[in-house]
Design a protein around this ligand. Structure first.
Ligand SMILES: *[C@@H]1O[C@H](CO)[C@@H](O)[C@H](O)[C@H]1NC(C)=O
Length: 946
């Protein structure tokens, strides 16, 4: 739903601005550049090669878990504490904080799922200027150099990553304000956080020493205007703690390709930021975002991946404050030929990418994920932050949304439309207008007088509904939710201790403090059926505007000096706010079912770990071909950062799509994890049947393709939930050695079996599809024709084409009966598409459970089946004997791609009997279709081709 169209305009103009929405583009001046962000400017002012830091090697303490030693800034003399851990599974953690901070500094809670088990560290070498630590059994070693301080991480003789090699470690220690001529009242934040800290302020004298030595960057910072107060446009950020930023650089020799750090509307492969702004991570409600730039958007995951043909690495920078990431490369701007020439002439240096992280507050807490493969890095990140929650099956179906479905009659009419046009649909959505005056947890009494009846009518058709519940709460003494939040003291506070209020959809609004666990428990309790009146089991939730969006705030968000639970400033945890909203909402849905049912919550803002709570989408895009195109790299980048359940508004949120764009978007969206059409209030209605017979037929076909593949999607989500690999993934995750795949933005894999290249060009007659894998084969899912790889294949397209290829060597399960919704497909028979490798083998799996409860986890009620084709025999066995689940579903058909014509086909069920099966063989395409094996999908059996 919408960004704030009239963010800086008086409220009366808000609606006028909404109506002009289609004529506007992002107003860049609403958002800070690095130059306008004090700490970013200060940090960028520090040039490489001048690190004032020295490691006090003699201070090394080797504990049973960690190594600790001191760093000292030789100019200010402020000591820092460096802590090092070798974590199991090839992860090194580095933490740097002040040895004696004036006050505690924020350390990000609730993101790590567990403190991972540690490896024993050992000192394996030492001389006067350096120290070598071994980090565990995989042969990783860390070389710590005293002066200037740097660290080099090696495996054997290979240098994987250097830390502070460019000397950009930046640590603005907490200090007293020097200009005593402007005395201030202590703020609520200082009062709270400084309690009991007075005795331990070993660093206080440093504040005095630095004025004498203003030569060093941190000392200069204190001088710089903006260090203790910063004004952007009309907003002044008081900074009671002064400058508190941290920064560090990482050098990655051998890497030319880096990815991740969503959310940006940019190519999958990150670009160098030299000469421009760094990539920014600061959750913001950006109205009509621009493409291909590093501006911040709604969510942030501070995880960067580096990939080369030889290895994959990750850098996870655990900091929830505003963060900027600079990327530079020694090969930037050189063509492939230029690099080759360099290399042949012997003048070529090793390619290297340098990454610099800069955060406004908190500490340096970074995890180096050492791979070595893309899958290993995904697993390492998942071990830290958790995996994608397994969605309820319905959530993988098609979602129909717009701002707004007006009333109960409108909902009924839209639902009937799906029925009449035989288009499957699982969920109808209600945006902000459904609530009574934007008072969430309520219904507009004239438009939605009988929500329970409406929901029951949907339930009777086996459909669901999602209603929006945003975190801005209308300040209105007649509104129970507001009164409770206020009386319990659950709102975020201003620096002066009053409830923080801002302007948002309901007018004046306050913001529940989701960082407070008590507040979250209360919020969760609001989803109980007797608290959220009119709600039923088939009502789920959408958390929008949770950056949080504050129309009247700086950069359309909350003031950084607002104060949260525990006295922390909003500055410290801004990027975490949205995660907590989704966490508390998901918890509420679980609780309302007595812990039985899996939640579904869509969130616009997110942080590392948000994958544990539901789905995310790319926010308020536009009905433009370029926006359709960029949905692919954006969702791929989400997936690399653990957020598998990603989609973009089908059709585009702003503006009206022409029929061709809408159809192409449905076709693309059907092959993205979260599949929802959504539209702005001002756009023309665009339900699938409003574009003529021909187009509804195309859209129907696209949505039906989605439903037929749901068993495959669901199984992919299950494995993502177990192992942390993204469902939608870049080709290079499957073909890590194939450099051709490293910068591909227009095609991707779903799981390991399907390659998708949606048509995203207007008037396209054909697409160029790159089929990777030396010696592999691919089968066009539409024609079943076989193609050899690697090759770039020209695929002619018509309006009905969605180029999708099944990888030789895989088995894809489908359910091909057309139904109204996922719930209606329960128990339907399966078809297996067995795509043979050149060696005549294939394998795949199928996960099955009730699609909605936690029973798969708590009671082992599931089936995980394995299908293997080898030696002319297709075998069904259990992939996981721990699970069991009763289902009447049976095997209706087997389609074997790339098969010769057999003399006979024999089915051997587990009872040892043998039956002949009917079959049909198409010589031209080598497709063998076996009819009605009729065995139960949960049984063991074999089918032999003779
Ligand atoms: C750790 O790294 C070693 C060496 O690169 C590799 O053999 C091993 O599989 C990795 N372990 C994990 C859990 O990724």
């Amino acid at each position: 739903m919408a960004a704030a169209p009239g963010r800086r305009r008086p409220a009366v103009l808000l609606w006028a601005a909404v109506c002009l929405a289609t004529a506007l583009a992002v107003d860049r001046s609403n958002f800070k550049t690095c130059e306008q962000s004090g700490f970013c400017r200060r940090q960028r002012g520090l040039q490489p090669g001048h690190s004032p830091y020295r490691a006090l090697l003699e201070s090394l303490q080797l504990g049973p878990d960690a190594a600790r030693l001191q760093l000292v800034n030789e100019v200010t003399k402020v000591p820092l504490l460096l802590e090092l851990w070798g974590l199991q599974g090839n992860v090194t953690r580095i933490r740097i904080k002040e040895l004696n901070p004036l006050r505690p500094r924020f350390e990000v809670p609730d993101v790590l799922v567990a403190e991972p088990p540690v490896e024993r560290l050992a000192v394996t070498g030492r001389d006067e200027g350096s120290l070598e630590l071994s980090l565990g059994p995989a042969g990783h070693r860390l070389l710590v150099t005293e002066k200037p301080f740097r660290m080099d991480l090696l495996q054997g003789r290979e240098l994987l990553c250097s830390v502070n090699a460019r000397g950009l470690l930046f640590f603005e220690h907490l200090r007293q304000r020097r200009d005593s001529d402007t005395p201030r009242e202590p703020t609520a934040e200082e009062g709270g956080a400084a309690e009991g800290q007075e005795e331990t302020t070993g660093g206080t004298e440093d504040a005095g020493t630095q004025s004498e030595k203003p030569t060093e960057a941190t000392a200069e910072a204190a001088e710089e205007p903006g260090s203790w107060e910063e004004t952007f446009k009309t907003h002044t950020d008081t900074k009671p703690n002064g400058p508190t930023s941290v920064g560090l650089d990482f050098s990655l020799p051998g890497f030319e390709h880096v990815y991740g750090i969503p959310e940006h509307a940019d190519s999958l492969r990150l670009r160098t930021t030299e000469g421009g702004d760094p990539y920014r991570l600061y959750n913001l409600d950006v109205f009509q975002y621009e493409l291909y730039n590093p501006m911040a958007l709604y969510g942030s995951v501070p995880l960067l991946l580096a990939h080369s043909a030889r290895r994959t690495l990750g850098i996870f920078w655990l900091n929830a404050a505003e963060t900027w990431v600079d990327i530079s490369s020694n090969t930037a701007g050189k063509t492939l030929f230029g690099k080759l020439l360099d290399y042949m002439q012997g003048g070529g240096e090793t390619p290297q990418t340098d990454v610099r992280w800069m955060s406004e507050s908190g500490i340096v807490d970074v995890f180096l994920l050492l791979g070595p493969t893309p899958a290993a890095v995904a697993g390492q990140y998942a071990a830290l932050t958790g995996t994608q929650a397994l969605p309820p099956l319905f959530a993988l179906g098609y979602h129909q949304s717009r701002w707004n479905y007006n009333d109960e009659e409108d909902v009924a009419a839209v639902e009937r439309g799906f029925e009449e046009h035989a288009v499957p649909c699982d969920v109808l959505w209600l945006d902000i207008e459904h609530a009574d005056g934007k008072r969430y947890f309520t219904w507009d009494p004239s438009k939605f007088p009988r929500p329970r009846d409406m929901l029951q009518r949907l339930a009777a058709k086996k459909r669901k509904m999602v209603s929006i519940v945003d975190p801005h709460i209308k300040v209105d003494s007649g509104y129970r939710v507001h009164n409770e939040l206020r009386s319990r003291g659950f709102y975020v506070k201003t620096k002066d201790g009053s409830d923080y209020e801002g302007w948002c959809w309901p007018g004046s609004a306050a913001y529940p403090d989701f960082t407070n666990p008590e507040m979250r428990a209360w919020w969760a309790s609001m989803f109980a059926y007797d608290q959220y009146e009119g709600s039923t089991e088939n009502l789920f939730t959408w958390n929008d505007m949770n950056e949080p969006s504050v129309f009247s705030g700086p950069e359309v968000t909350m003031h950084k000096d607002a104060v949260h639970h525990g006295g922390w400033e909003h500055r410290d945890l801004h990027n975490l706010y949205g995660l907590y909203v989704q966490m508390a909402t998901a918890e509420g849905q679980i609780q309302r079912s007595g812990g039985q049912h899996r939640p579904f919550v869509l969130s616009r803002a997110f942080f590392a770990g948000s994958q544990r709570y539901g789905a995310v989408w790319t926010g308020d895009n536009a009905a433009e071909w370029e926006h359709l195109k960029i949905s692919i790299p954006m969702c791929l980048s989400f997936g690399l950062a653990g957020l598998s359940f990603c989609g973009s508004d089908v059709g585009g949120f702003f503006k009206n799509p022409e029929a061709e764009l809408l159809v192409r978007w449905y076709q693309a969206g059907a092959f993205q994890p979260f599949f929802r059409a959504h539209a702005h209030l001002d756009t023309a209605r665009r339900e699938p049947w409003l574009f003529g017979e021909e187009n509804v037929a195309l859209i129907r076909a696209a949505i039906r393709q989605r439903y037929a593949l749901l068993p495959f999607w669901y199984t992919a989500f299950y494995r993502s939930h177990r192992h942390g690999l993204p469902v939608m993934r870049p080709l290079w995750m499957e073909y890590p050695e194939d450099a051709t795949t490293f910068a591909i933005d227009d095609q991707y894999m779903i799981d390991r079996a399907l390659l998708v290249h949606p048509v995203t060009e207007q008037g396209a007659r054909g697409v160029q599809v790159y089929l990777p894998g030396k010696g592999e084969v691919w089968y066009d899912v539409a024609s079943l024709q076989k193609h050899h790889a690697p090759q770039t294949l020209y695929v002619p397209v018509t309006m009905s084409s969605v180029p999708v290829f099944q990888r030789g060597g895989t088995v894809v399960p489908r359910q091909e009966r057309v139904r109204r919704s996922t719930e209606c497909m329960r128990g339907d028979p399966f078809t297996l598409y067995v795509a043979l490798s050149p060696q005549g083998t294939a394998e795949g799996d199928l996960f099955l459970d009730d699609g909605q409860s936690f029973d798969y986890e708590t009671k082992a009620r599931y089936l995980h089946r394995q299908f293997t084709f080898a030696g002319n025999t297709l075998t069904a066995s259990s992939a996981d004997p721990r699970g069991s689940f009763d289902t009447p579903a049976w095997l209706e058909r087997v389609v074997i791609l790339g098969a010769g014509k057999p003399a006979a086909v024999v089915l051997r069920p587990a009872d040892g009997s043998e039956t002949r099966l009917d079959f049909q063989h198409e010589a031209e395409t080598s497709v063998l279709t076996l009819r009605k094996p009729g065995v139960r999908i949960g049984d063991d059996w074999a089918i032999v081709l003779r």
